[in-house]
Design a protein. Structure first.
Length: 162
């Protein structure tokens, strides 16, 4: 079966024409899914994903699937990309005691001093930057991100001091 196969091929083979899949209603896609995969259709799959999966299965049935060598190569690549179990998170940024973190927030300058254990902000000691960020912003947020110590923040991307 090819992408340009005719409607008559679906009648004779009982398999829908690949080009006709996008025109099918979701109920028809669900029926074809049950027929071709012998299982219920995933509930949260998008329509486009269903069409791609059904088209692949139809072609796989018509021409055969991947060779054993190709399947093994894909498995090897997937294992190399998969995160290792038990892998530690990236090390947190280490700040030397005495380091000052300065953040401008809503037209106010906020200065935090790193202590041996914890942080000082406006005469109070805090165990975490997140607690200080909560005091400043009024909502829960990541303290290291709030003060520009995590990737994804402008200060880190610019290479500027937070």
């Amino acid at each position: 079966m090819t992408l340009a196969s005719s409607q008559s091929s679906s009648i004779t083979t009982g398999v829908p024409d690949l080009a006709a899949l996008p025109a099918l209603k979701r109920s028809a896609l669900r029926q074809w899914w049950r027929t071709l995969f012998n299982s219920p259709m995933p509930a949260k799959a998008s329509r486009l994903l269903l069409i791609y999966c059904l088209a692949y299965r139809i072609q796989q049935n018509a021409y055969g699937g991947l060779s054993a060598t190709a399947r093994q190569r894909l498995r090897t690549l997937a294992q190399a990309l998969a995160p290792e179990r038990g892998r530690a998170k990236p090390a947190a940024v280490r700040l030397a005691p005495g380091t000052r973190l300065i953040r401008q927030w809503r037209e106010q300058r906020h200065e935090v001093t790193v202590l041996e254990q914890g942080f000082a902000y406006r005469g109070h000691r805090y165990r975490s930057l997140s607690a200080i960020a909560r005091v400043i912003s009024g909502s829960h947020c990541s303290g290291p991100r709030f003060f520009g110590l995590r990737p994804g923040t402008q200060a880190v991307e610019r290479g500027a001091a937070p």
